[in-house]
Design a protein around this ligand. Structure first.
Ligand SMILES: Cc1cc2nc3c(=O)[nH]c(=O)nc-3n(C[C@H](O)[C@H](O)[C@H](O)COP(=O)(O)O)c2cc1C
Length: 370
């Protein structure tokens, strides 16, 4: 297949020119120290600056939004300074970088957040365990119910984090509306049993996410604002619900009205979750006129094929970027891809993080050893 076609051609949006249509999907690599990206983070992201767009790993907008051990935040000055180094490194290499903003809600453990306590729309505990300090795997506790003021504070936390991100130099932000974290906990009637304006009917349950999106788009510009969604996937102990389709149609229409840069649909079927039906992807494409990013299990060939159908404008790759820092160059050359070591996906310091060689480095190494 001729890969010089779409995947590798630039994409010019209003505010940003992407050098190609290969996106590095957000991946939480859990190497932060005290919720602050460490010295290797600029190296890691810099090595991957050949992507048309890097979406940096989910970063919490508030201390109680950190779900996982050693995940970073973007609310303190220390964190912002650390992220600035990442941004500078990527920009020096002519890359573009957004950051994914998250609040994990009921997913997580107080021990991973310095003991602040989980909060959620309602007191509905998530099934399962989460890794905590000392390599324990503890059950996720029942979350505390957010007051209406508390909900609004967290909307503002997202907006403030977006403002900080752009001040630091990020090219934009992606709001994490997927994978069963706080915004999806508001959307789903199983986890949202509220009786105030953030609960009840579909419009009320969507309000938290839509107020975040409007606030962020107004604050940093719609051309720098994206959203990640995972409809019908049921991650993090969320059951499917009757109004899931109409809720996502309502959100998609709202995103169209806001005119944000992109909707990023995250399919997790390669991880055993139900796929996003193609009918839904078509529906998003028809309702939303700006960029559609698709992700989940794509190869160079299948990514190119879907771009050719016009269903998507960019393809995001997660795992392939872990062991192939120069993924775009490998796609260009049709070179084989290295396979990442799963044991170091979420831990391991520099090992499995910044030590995967680029193709030319691998070739040079083998020349030296011959
Ligand atoms: C190590 C790892 C960390 C991840 N962290 C995040 C994250 O921070 N935010 C998110 O939305 N998805 C996250 N994901 C999901 C990926 O963005 C992507 O959707 C998934 O890996 C499927 O794409 P792939 O088949 O190209 O890997 C993560 C995946 C992996 C493997």
């Amino acid at each position: 297949m001729n890969l010089t076609k779409k995947l590798l051609t630039p994409l010019i949006s209003k505010a940003i020119t992407f050098q190609n249509r290969v996106v590095m999907a957000p991946m939480s690599r859990r190497r932060a120290i005290d919720a602050t990206p460490g010295a290797s983070a600029p190296i890691y992201y810099g090595q991957r600056a050949g992507a048309g767009l890097i979406i940096a790993e989910n970063s919490a907008v508030a201390p109680n939004g950190i779900g996982y051990l050693h995940a970073p935040g973007i609310y303190s000055n220390e964190q912002k300074n650390a992220w600035k180094k990442v941004v500078n490194e990527v920009h020096e290499r002519k890359g573009k970088i957004f950051v994914q903003l998250v609040h994990s809600g009921r997913i997580g453990h107080p021990l991973n957040q310095g003991g602040t306590g989980l909060v959620a729309p309602s007191a509905v505990k998530a099934a399962g365990t989460v890794r905590t300090p000392g390599d324990l795997h503890l059950p996720m506790p029942q979350p505390e119910v957010l007051t209406t003021t508390g909900v609004q504070e967290l909307i503002n936390a997202h907006i403030n984090a977006a403002i900080s991100a752009v001040e630091i130099g990020f090219d934009g932000v992606e709001i994490h509306g997927a994978h069963g974290f706080l915004p999806e906990q508001f959307l789903n009637p199983y986890t949202n049993q509220r009786t105030d304006e953030y609960g009840g009917n579909m419009i009320n349950r969507s309000r938290f996410l839509l107020e975040i999106m409007k606030g962020v788009a107004d604050a940093i510009g719609k051309d720098r604002t994206g959203i990640r969604l995972s409809p019908f996937a049921g991650l993090n102990d969320l059951p499917l619900y009757a109004e899931e389709k109409s809720t996502h149609q309502y959100i998609t229409d709202a995103m169209e009205q806001l005119g944000i840069l992109y909707i990023h649909l995250s399919d997790q079927s390669t991880n055993g979750f139900p796929p996003i039906p193609e009918e839904h992807i078509r529906d998003v494409r028809n309702r939303f006129s700006n960029l559609v990013i698709l992700s989940g299990g794509y190869t160079a060939d299948s990514g190119e094929a879907i771009l050719q159908t016009g269903l998507a404008d960019m393809i995001a790759y997660g795992r392939p970027f872990i062991a192939n820092p120069d993924l775009v160059e490998r796609f260009r050359q049709g070179a084989p891809l290295a396979i990442g070591d799963k044991n170091t996906f979420y831990e391991g310091g520099d090992k499995g993080y910044i030590d995967y060689p680029a193709l030319y480095e691998a070739q040079n190494t083998s020349c030296l050893t011959v």
